[in-house]
Design a protein around this ligand. Structure first.
Ligand code: TXA
Ligand code: MG
Length: 356
């Protein structure tokens, strides 16, 4: 599918109080008619289509170049819609929805038969999220259907946190973009499987493990996949998000994660430059003074004391490192406490190598 032009509606100052904003009305109508529209959420930009229309859902996969075995999140505007999608709502899911919706949390629940296999990639479960962004909510309301939406990037690229990122990846491949300014958290929602005895985090994100434990209790939350290899007491039976097996969020130049102090990074810069490589370094503001002069490009990730800011800017910074002449990108690593878990998860998925 290609479009002569991708329409952009600029609704940057939308207050969320009225639905009279013409851009949102029109974008909602286009979704209802089976078109694919990018829109801001509080995590990243999503690429939305009518979840009840298979042809529309197929357009999402086509525009992104997304493998068909990677299921989509269905976005809703009202908790009542959860019961229209789920064959039953587990107690865990209800507790988490009550506490964290609207917000950056996606719940995996058993699906109703009517939910299309195109959306769930043939799984017996469906992923559901109620976003906390006035434009996203207004758009879903206007569309009058549940909206299936992955992140609005080409598959494998960093998720978009600004409309210009969407344009860069998908211009001419989708019908329209609602430009609502930068998204908030900057990393995608936490995906939690609620179909078992305890909650399994399939993808860490905006809601932290610690926040989930506060609601459900400490031994009621597990982390699947990515971290389990390092944790002897986690069962290998834990479920997985199909999407987490792919390389993701990656800039075009090779990205190397370096677990070490400034000296390790400095040595590595020299080594690469001796090979004739131009080096971009992604590091915290506190390391700028020592690393900036050595690197060909230095991109500050933000202060080590503000991981929320680092999360919000991460994808933009990865894209920024890509826009330089760098042959290789070196990035420092973080502790996995709180939001650090999601940051490290995304960096590991984006990286070509992790040198510990
Ligand atoms: O913040 C977000 O979640 C953003 C915004 C747009 O809402 N969306 C997003 O979607 O990140 P996407 O498609 O990029 O990631 C969805 C993840 C994938 O890893 C996918 O495999 C997993 O959720 N997923 C979807 N349905 C699933 C299911 N039924 N069971 C297990 N994992 C599922
Ligand atoms: Mg994605």
């Amino acid at each position: 599918m290609s479009y002569k032009q991708t329409t952009v509606w600029d609704v940057d100052n939308f207050e969320g109080k009225s639905f009279s904003e013409p851009g949102i009305k029109e974008a909602g109508l286009w979704i209802k008619r089976g078109e694919v529209i990018a829109f801001p959420t509080e995590t990243v930009y999503g690429l939305g289509a009518d979840a009840t229309n298979d042809a529309a859902v197929e357009k999402i996969f086509e525009a992104k170049g997304r493998p068909g075995d990677n299921p989509l999140i269905v976005h809703i505007d009202d908790q009542k819609q959860l019961t229209e999608l789920a064959s039953s709502v587990p107690h865990l899911a209800r507790q988490l929805a009550d506490c964290f919706w609207p917000g950056p949390l996606t719940l995996i629940v058993p699906k109703k038969e009517a939910v299309s296999e195109k959306v769930t990639a043939g799984l017996s479960t469906v992923a559901v999220r109620m976003p906390d962004h006035p434009i996203a909510r207004a758009l879903i309301k206007e569309a009058e259907v549940p909206v299936a939406a992955p992140s609005a990037n080409r598959s494998g690229r960093p998720s978009p946190t600004k409309a210009e990122h969407v344009k860069h990846d998908l211009n001419g491949r989708i019908a329209g973009i609602v430009d609502g300014g930068p998204s908030g958290y900057g990393l995608e929602s936490t995906v939690v499987d609620c179909t078992g005895e305890k909650a399994w985090i399939l993808r860490p994100g905006g809601i932290t493990k610690e926040q989930l434990e506060d609601v459900l209790g400490k031994n009621q939350v597990g982390i699947s996949g990515w971290e389990e290899e390092n944790q002897a007491n986690i069962t290998t039976e834990s479920p997985k998000a199909p999407g987490m097996k792919y390389r993701h969020y990656a800039p075009e130049a090779p990205l190397i994660l370096l677990n070490g102090n400034k000296k390790v990074i400095l040595n590595r810069i020299k080594q690469e430059q001796n090979k004739g490589n131009k080096v971009a370094v992604l590091a915290v503001e506190e390391h700028k003074r020592d690393l900036e002069h050595a690197a060909d490009t230095f991109v500050s990730l933000g202060s080590i004391n503000n991981l929320e800011y680092i999360a919000a800017q991460l994808y933009d910074n990865l894209r920024q490192a890509d826009r330089t002449e760098a042959d290789i990108i070196l990035c420092e690593t973080f502790s996995t406490k709180g939001v650090g878990l999601a940051i490290m998860n995304r960096l590991e998925k984006a990286a070509d190598a992790y040198e510990k």
